[in-house]
Every structure is written in C-alpha cells, then in structure tokens.
Ligand binder design. Structure first.
Ligand SMILES: *Cc1c(COP(=O)(O)O)cnc(C)c1O
Length: 401
C-alpha cells in the first residue's frame, strides 16, 4: 500500500475540515487503463503537477465562481496568467490594441516579447473611446486594459470597451488586479477574459506568488496547454495559502476600501500634500465612471503627491517606518511605494510626464489596520521642516489627458 493511501486509511471515518496540501510533483496510478481514463478525462485524477494538481484546481474553481467565469486557471504568477490568456489568441501577423497605462511587465510583453513572434501592439488612451474605436479599425485579436490602472488609478469603461471590441470581432482581456472581483467582475461588464495577480489583494498576506485567469465559454480552453508547455505552473503550497486568503478577501477588501476613502479625505487637508488621487474623490478625473464600474467601493489604492519631490519622499519613508516602503500591494498592513523609481523606473521621462508620475508621487496600498494607527504613522511621515522655497511642477492626470 502506498504511503498516502496508508495516511488516508488511518483517518477512518474522519476527514480534515481543511482541504489537504498535495505537495507532490507526480501521482501514481494503478495501471495503464486508469492512466488512459485520467488522460482522456473519462475519470478525474492527476498525473503530473505541471499539468494539473488538486490545490490549483480547488483554487481555480473558487475564483471562477467568484468571477462568474465558466473556466478558471491558476498560474505561478500574475504574469504567467497574462501570458496564458494572451498567447493562445495571437499568431504571427496579428495585432493587439492595449491601454498605454499598463503594469510595466505587461507593457514589456507587448513591446518586447510578442513582436519577436510577429505580433504588434498599438497603445491607446483607453479612456479615449474615440481613439480605441479608431485603433480597432485595423483588425485586432485582443483589446487589453486594466480595470483600475497603476499608479494613477484611471478607471476603464469596461462596458464601452467590450462593445467596441465585439463590434470588431476582437476579445476584451482585462487585468482586474487592483479592483479584485469584490469590487468589479469584468466578465459581467462584457469582458471575454479576465486575470488577477493573486500575489496582491487576493492572496492578501504578501507571502505567495500566483495569478488567476478566467474566461467565458471555451475561451480559456487553449490556455491550459499554453500554461503546461510554457511551464507557468502554480505551486501547491501557494495555492493552499491563496484559498486561505480568499476566505477573508471580501472582509479585507471592504475594510481596506473604507480606510482608503477616509485616508484620501484626510490627506487632502495635509499642508505637505499637493494632490491626492483616489477614484472615490470627486476631484478624480474618472470619478463618475468609477461610480458605475466600481459600485461596491473605489479600492484600497491611493496616490498622493508630496510638495518637495524626491527629498520629501525620502523624508516620509525615513520618518514613517511603520508604513513600509515595499513595491507591491494588497498586504494586510498599509505599505507605500514610489512609482517613479519602482514600477515605472524604466518609463521615459516624457512618458512619466504624460502619465503624471512625478518625483513626489507616493502610492499607498491601504491595509485593514485601525485607521487612527495609519493616520498617526502617516502624520510622522508628513511632518516637515520648512523647505527652501523652490518652484516645483506637479503634473496632474487631468493635465495629462
Ligand atoms: C503585480 C501585477 C501584475 C503581475 O503579477 P505578478 O503576480 O507579480 O506576476 C500584473 N498586473 C498588475 C496590475 C499587477 O499589479
């Protein structure tokens, strides 16, 4: 008798309340006939971890249900999920139309990786529907956008993008990482395929790296082969952890959204803050759109621009160590990042200017702590000895439009 079988037998009539971790690279089967049935899908089962394993399957099913997807797939990272979504739908000579405010590595996929396979991308302002329509006049396979963009939190008009894409026989693919399925379900807004980096809010504890891909109908069918051939596999332990994160996602997301909304208001009244960017503020360029696309909350991400540029940012980080500088997001506790030197480090100065990413811009991933604790730590960071009067120019997203 195999070792796992002996362990299963020892349980008798009991069974674990929590699904076990199947930390095994390979499975054993009784004979060739069983292998055939599992391979052909006539019977459930597993053979090799890169192809499928129980922890990934459970997580993918949970997320597909939450997202309203007919099929789901879990990959080893958010980037893995994006590749698993996009690669099966493009071939040499095809075109992609993508938002010009994408996560840096996604932009690299379109500007540096896909062109080597003869796939070209046209970048557009996804908030300019006329520009999207014009770009789609040239036949395109994929229209790609993020529900809430990084770092300036521009909101995509998903229903309008879906209509424009479908008029032209094109797929709408949406990165929903910043919104999470708690705030927005892109498939319900008309998107064909959706992804999230589970490394962020959904995992929620900054201790795993995974991505989810979900799709309508059979659109995701080819992605499983892409994931297994390109080796985009998810680790069982990370999947196990992500289900634990998922159990509290709604609670965490609502708590973090409430904190972010109140923090955004409060930051507006701080003298060292030149500008606060949060889709829930009426001053945000996409506020009205956000109310439609994100009816359950405006997210846990906010940005603020400090007067005094880079030096003021350094001072904030040194004076407020309780808001750790950590270039990711979605942790239980509040963290900060500096888009200009992290996520957008290799973006040209002109493009940073276009997007409104200044030296003084800090991005906050607001956590679920007591708001008063976040505020008192933030206050330490915002304290300033008067700076020498020096004119600074602050690019605003409004000006960048
Ligand atoms: C982090 C992130 C990704 C990539 O996810 P990884 O898990 O880091 O590979 C993609 N899109 C957005 C918006 C992200 O924030």
């Amino acid at each position: 008798m195999s070792e796992p079988q002996r362990a299963a037998d020892a349980l008798g009539p009991s069974s674990p309340l929590v699904a076990p971790l199947y930390q095994s690279a390979v499975y054993t089967l009784p004979d060739l006939d069983a292998l055939d049935r599992v391979t052909d899908g006539a019977e459930p089962g597993f053979i090799y971890q890169r192809d499928a394993h129980p922890n990934a399957q459970l997580l993918a099913a949970d997320l597909a249900a939450l997202e309203g997807a007919d099929r789901g797939l879990v990959c080893g990272s958010g980037m893995g999920a994006i590749c698993a979504l996009v690669l099966p739908h493009v071939k040499q000579g095809d075109r992609v139309v993508a938002s010009n405010r994408l996560y840096g590595r996604t932009a690299q996929l379109f500007t540096q990786e896909l062109p080597r396979f003869g796939v070209q991308t046209t970048f557009i302002d996804a908030n300019d529907l006329g520009a999207v329509r014009a770009a789609l006049q040239t036949p395109s396979r994929v229209l790609y956008a993020e529900t809430i963009s990084n770092p300036l939190l521009r909101v995509a008009d998903l229903p309008a993008l879906a209509r424009l894409a479908h008029e032209r026989d094109c797929l709408l693919v949406v990165d929903n990482t910043f919104a999470t399925p708690i705030l927005s379900r892109p498939l319900e807004h008309g998107a064909d395929l959706v992804m999230e980096s589970l490394t962020k809010m959904i995992g929620g504890h900054s201790d795993l790296m995974l991505g989810f891909a979900g799709g309508k109908g059979d659109l995701l069918a080819k992605s499983s082969q892409t994931a297994t051939v390109w080796g985009l596999v998810a680790s069982p332990f990370d999947c196990w952890l992500a289900r634990r994160g998922l159990a509290t996602l709604a609670l965490r997301q609502h708590a973090a959204c409430a904190n972010a909304a109140r923090l955004a208001e409060w930051l507006q009244s701080q003298p060292s803050v030149a500008q606060v960017i949060y889709p829930g503020l009426s001053s945000h360029v996409d506020h009205d759109l956000a109310k439609r696309v994100l009816p359950h909350g405006f997210g846990n991400m906010l940005c603020f621009e400090l007067r005094g540029g880079r030096e003021a940012v350094n001072r904030f980080m040194r004076q407020a160590p309780g808001i750790p500088f950590s270039p990711s997001l979605g942790h239980t506790a509040t963290t900060c990042s500096h888009p200009g030197t992290t996520s957008h480090r290799y973006v040209s100065a002109a493009d940073k200017e276009r997007q409104g990413i200044g030296d003084g811009l800090i991005r906050l991933s607001v956590g679920i702590e007591e708001l008063s604790g976040i505020q008192s730590e933030m206050s330490k960071g915002l304290e300033q000895t008067p700076l020498a009067a020096k004119p600074i120019s602050i690019a605003s997203p409004r000006a960048a439009r």
